[in-house]
Design a binder for this molecule. Structure first.
Ligand code: UD1
Ligand code: CA
Length: 465
């Protein structure tokens, strides 16, 4: 028979050390809320249900937590009385009767689902309480795991620990798994006679032992259990997350010249044989097809980059940029909500927004789609094989036909038919010898001033009013 499992995620902690207006579990790691990472880890460990114990920002925390493949309930802990008290806020859900109840902290997003599975396996193998521990480089502040003859006998919080106990480096990582059928009774037995006057969840270890239960500690890497209490810890967690994600990507066939300068999002998808040069930022919603090259210094968000396409250096792709196979968006170009056809090129200094660009079209340097009239956005359509001369303004809505040609420097306000040529600029006039005439005139004027003893003064620059 398959066992049932409930995750109780504590997220009612105070965020004073974050110095933030919002709950710390709403801060992002890899552009995804910390709490969402945690509920997704629980979902990946096949828990049947998750309860989030929230304090502030209950609605936002609930919404973020729900972005996981597991049913989520939120309960409120209106007064912060400790981790033991917090778990009891989920009493009604626990009472539905799960085989296992895994308590975990909502501010530790790097938790590995495998550790949660290991805890469930230890329960299935006969342990009544399973504590996830780690070897701390600096154990200050953590609860110490006191192990005697292979059995976990107590968790001593730092403040309550003796000098000898403080020497222990095996610490409580904050993931404690209980027998769902006895959990409420154990939790109710917790008192608050300790240095902080709080109900410590960690006291369940001694209580369970006194009732003859089997209590075990299993070990996980310290990095997996990092919690977020300050912005410094948030940055450290982000760094670990980024490193892990980059490593996964490189092992799956993505080349990065300087991985430490590439920033990924939780949903970034990059195919095999893609080359990513240094200093590239992937916002959310980016997919990159096989063999594409992302040159240095690009900022990408909500973009779909086709097979063999080339982007940058210094390109910005915004949401809805859809680059076809073998297309190219070059330096200092911004592309938004635009389909760039296969083999089409936007190579230099352009803004292309709300557009459809046909296959193999060439968009010259400095082309701008004037897509916004101050009220509405309008579409620019460019046919297959069209050629847009440099420094063209395409005033949308406007349509350039297939294989059409737009002369450089045009302001295009009317549709151009297939194969047509549009000249949207003033005709050039040349006056033979006029340059010399103008120069002589100026020199003569200077001569006359000198004779009259006039100082040649420049008009002073006055402030604009
Ligand atoms: C806790 C553990 C400690 C462990 C450490 C690991 C206890 C008593 N101590 O200490 O053994 O080594 O985590 O990081 O559990 N929370 C609530 N409501 C409360 C209190 C806390 O929801 O009333 C939540 C917090 O949001 C946080 C988690 O529980 O996510 C842990 O609370 P925190 O105060 O950070 O515990 P620590 O003192 O770090
Ligand atoms: Ca903590």
């Amino acid at each position: 028979m398959t066992r049932t499992c409930l995750a109780v995620i504590l997220a009612a902690g105070d965020a004073t050390r974050m110095k933030s207006d919002r709950s710390k579990v709403l801060h992002p790691v890899g552009n995804l809320s910390i709490i969402t990472h945690v509920t997704r880890a629980a979902a990946a460990a096949n828990v049947d249900h998750a309860v989030i114990v929230v304090g502030r920002d209950a609605e936002a925390v609930a919404a973020a937590a729900a972005q996981a493949d597991v049913p989520v309930t939120t309960v409120l802990q209106s007064e912060r009385k400790g981790t033991g008290h917090a778990v009891l806020m989920a009493r009604e859900v626990i009472a539905r009767g799960f085989d296992d109840v895994i308590v975990l902290y909502g501010d530790a997003p790097l938790i590995n689902p495998d550790s949660l599975k290991a805890a469930q396996a230890a329960r299935a193998a006969g342990a009544d309480v399973v504590v996830l521990g780690f070897r701390a480089k600096d154990p200050t502040g953590y609860g110490r795991l006191i192990v005697e003859n292979g059995a976990l006998v107590a968790i001593r919080e730092h403040r309550d620990a003796s000098e000898a106990e403080r020497g222990i480096d095996f610490c409580n990582g904050g993931v404690i798994t209980l027998d769902g059928h006895t959990a409420i009774a154990l939790l109710e037995a917790i008192g608050n006679a300790n240095a902080k006057g709080e109900y410590y969840l960690t006291d369940v270890v001694e209580i369970a032992r006194s009732q003859g239960c089997r209590v075990v500690a299993i070990e996980a890497p310290e990095e997996d259990l990092l919690g977020c209490n300050t912005r410094l810890e948030l940055a450290l967690i982000e760094a670990v997350w980024q490193r892990r994600r980059r490593n996964e990507m490189m092992l799956s066939g993505v080349s990065m010249i300087d991985p430490a300068t590439v920033y990924l999002s939780h949903d970034t998808v990059i195919a095999q044989d893609v080359l990513i040069e240094p200093n590239v930022v992937f916002g959310t919603g980016v997919t990159v097809g096989p063999g594409a090259v992302i040159h240095a210094f690009c900022h990408l968000e909500g973009a779909d980059i086709g097979e063999g396409a080339e982007v940058g250096p210094f390109a910005r792709l915004r949401p809805g940029a859809d680059l076809g196979r073998g297309s190219k968006v070059g330096n200092f170009c911004e592309v938004k909500k635009t389909i760039v056809g296969p083999g089409a090129k936007i190579n230099h200094l352009s803004y292309v927004g709300d557009a459809r660009i046909g296959a193999k079209a060439n968009i010259g340097a400095g082309t701008i789609t004037c897509n916004y009239d101050g009220v509405n956005k309008h579409l620019t359509t460019i046919g297959d094989g069209a050629f847009i001369g440099s420094n063209t303004s395409l005033v949308a809505p406007v349509k350039i036909g297939a294989d059409a040609y737009v002369a450089s420097g045009s302001v295009v306000t009317m549709d151009v038919p297939d194969n047509g040529v549009a000249f949207g600029r003033a005709r050039q006039i040349n006056r033979a010898g006029m340059a010399q005439m103008l120069r002589e005139k100026a020199l003569k004027l200077n001569e006359e001033r000198k004779l009259k003893g006039e100082q040649r003064t420049l008009t002073p620059v006055t402030k604009c009013e």
